[in-house]
Design a protein around this ligand. Structure first.
Ligand code: ASP
Length: 413
C-alpha cells in the first residue's frame, strides 16, 4: 500500500510524539535526520524565491496589477496581525497565566540577543534595498532578494523581446527548483521525525507544567485566530472553504510546527498554496516570501500573551494606554521578526521596553520558548497562505492563467 505524503507526514508526527514521550532524551540520535531535512529545505529558499518571483512579475506584465497586489497584501498582513495581538491579549487576560506562578527568579538570565538594542524602523526599511544583490543572496536576506527579483521581473517586461532569453532562463530555473522541492519533500516524513522526537523528548511535561497556562493561552489564541480570522477571510474573499484551506496547507503547517521557522518552511508553503489551493504563481511568489519575512500573526499572539504574563508575574497593572502601545509595537515587532527559530522572543524585548516592563521577564518563559515557537510559526505560515488565497480570490485570476504553475503541477506527477 502506498500512502500519500500528507498521511506519511502525519504518521511520523504521531510517531515522534510517542517516541519522544516514551524514550525522553535518548531519542536524540534521530537529530541528524532532522538537521539534514532542515538543511535540504533551506538550500532551496533563495534560488526558489528568485526564480519564481522573477517569472511571476515578468509574466504578469501589468505594473498596476502588481501595485494593487502589493497594497492588498500589506494591508491584509497588518490588519490580521493587529487582530492577532488583540486576540492574544484577550485570551491571556481570561486565563491569567501569570497569577500564582512560582518560578525562582534568582538565576534566570535574559538571552543575550534579547537584551541588545533593536533596529529603528527607518533602518529596517532602508535595509530592504541591497547594496549588492549577490551578497544578499549569499546571506539569505529574503527581503533584499525579493527586491532584486521584483526589479529583474519588471525590467524584463519593460525591455520586451530582447529580454526573452532571460525570462526563459528563469522560467526553466523555476521549474527545476520546484522539482528539487518535490524531491526534498519526499524526505519530509523522516525529517520531521528527526526534528520533532528529540524536542518532545527534551520538553517532558515536567518542564512545561509550571508554565502550562502560558502554553495553553498561546495555543488557544492561535487556534481561535486561525478559525475565526483565516476561515472567514479565505471563504469571503478567496471563495475557498475553510476545510479545503486547512487541508491544503496542512503539510506546510506540520513542517512549520517541526522546524519553528517560517523561512525554512517557505518552499513547502509555496508548493502547497500553488498545488492544493490553486493560487497562481505570480501571486504566491510575491505574497509568500514577503509573508515569511514580515507577517507573523502567531508571533504577535505570543508577544501579547507574554506581556500579560510578565505583567501579572511582577504584579504590574497595564493601563489602556500601555495596552494600545503594546498593540502598536507588537505589529512593528512582528514585522521585524525574522522567520527563524526563537526570533519572536528576541523581539519581545522591544515590546516590553515600549511599556517600561522588566526585560528579565523574558527569562521566565525562555525555557519553554521552543514549544511556543512551534505553534506561533505554524500560525505565521498559515496566515501567509491565507493572504495568498485572499489576494488570488480578489484578483479573480483564472486557473488557465497559471502559466508556469500548470506545467509544474504536471511535472510533479
Ligand atoms: N520562529 C518564528 C517564525 O519563523 C518567529 C518567532 O520566533 O516568532 O515564524
Amino acid at each position: 500500500m502506498k500512502l500519500n505524503l500528507v498521511t506519511q507526514i502525519f504518521i511520523s508526527f504521531i510517531l515522534a510524539i510517542i517516541l519522544g514521550g516514551v524514550f525522553g532524551s535518548s531519542v536524540d540520535f534521530l537529530k541528524p535526520l532532522g538537521d539534514l531535512f532542515l538543511r535540504l529545505i533551506k538550500f532551496i529558499i533563495v534560488p526558489l524565491i528568485l526564480s519564481t518571483l522573477v517569472v511571476g512579475v515578468a509574466s504578469s506584465s501589468d505594473p498596476k496589477q502588481l501595485g494593487r497586489i502589493g497594497i492588498k497584501t500589506i494591508s491584509y498582513y497588518l490588519g490580521t496581525t493587529a487582530i492577532a495581538i488583540i486576540i492574544g491579549l484577550a485570551v491571556a487576560f481570561m486565563l491569567s497565566p501569570g497569577k500564582g506562578v512560582d518560578i525562582p527568579t534568582a538565576n534566570l538570565e535574559v538571552p543575550a540577543a534579547a537584551a541588545a538594542e533593536p533596529q529603528s524602523p527607518i533602518t529596517t526599511l532602508l535595509n530592504i534595498v541591497p547594496e549588492n544583490p549577490f551578497a544578499a543572496m549569499a546571506a539569505g536576506n529574503i527581503l533584499q532578494v525579493i527586491f532584486f527579483a521584483l526589479f529583474i521581473g519588471l525590467a524584463i517586461t519593460f525591455v520586451g523581446e530582447k529580454a526573452q532569453p532571460v525570462y526563459r532562463f528563469f522560467e526553466g530555473f523555476a521549474e527545476v527548483m520546484y522539482r528539487i522541492t518535490g524531491i526534498v519533500m519526499k524526505f519530509a516524513p523522516i525529517g520531521i521525525l528527526g526534528l520533532l522526537a528529540p524536542i518532545i523528548g527534551q520538553y517532558g511535561l515536567s518542564v512545561l507544567l509550571p508554565l502550562i497556562k502560558v502554553v495553553l493561552a498561546v495555543y488557544i489564541a492561535c487556534v481561535l485566530h486561525a478559525i475565526i480570522v483565516y476561515s472567514t477571510a479565505v471563504k469571503v474573499w478567496g471563495g475557498v472553504g475553510p476545510v479545503r484551506f486547512f487541508k491544503g496547507i496542512f503539510p506546510a503547517a506540520l513542517v512549520a510546527f517541526s522546524t519553528a521557522s517560517s523561512a525554512g518552511t517557505l518552499p513547502v508553503t509555496i508548493r502547497n498554496v500553488n498545488e492544493n489551493l490553486g493560487v497562481p504563481n505570480k501571486i504566491s511568489s510575491f505574497v509568500l516570501p514577503l509573508g515569511a519575512t514580515i507577517n507573523m500573526d502567531g508571533t504577535a499572539i505570543y508577544q501579547g500573551v507574554a506581556v500579560v504574563f510578565i505583567a501579572q508575574f511582577y504584579g504590574l497593572d497595564l493601563t489602556l494606554m500601555q495596552l494600545t502601545t503594546v498593540v502598536l509595537t507588537t505589529v512593528l515587532a512582528s514585522i521585524g521578526t525574522a522567520g527563524v527559530p526563537g526570533a519572536g522572543m528576541i523581539m519581545l524585548a522591544m515590546v516590553l521596553a515600549s511599556v517600561n516592563m522588566p526585560l528579565e521577564g523574558i527569562a521566565l518563559i525562555a525555557g519553554i520558548d521552543r514549544v511556543l515557537d512551534m505553534m506561533r510559526t505554524t500560525v505565521n505560515i498559515v496566515g501567509d497562505a491565507s493572504a495568498a488565497v485572499v489576494v488570488a480570490g480578489t484578483e479573480k485570476v483564472e486557473d488557465q492563467e497559471l502559466g508556469v504553475d500548470s506545467e509544474l503541477v504536471a511535472a510533479k506527477q
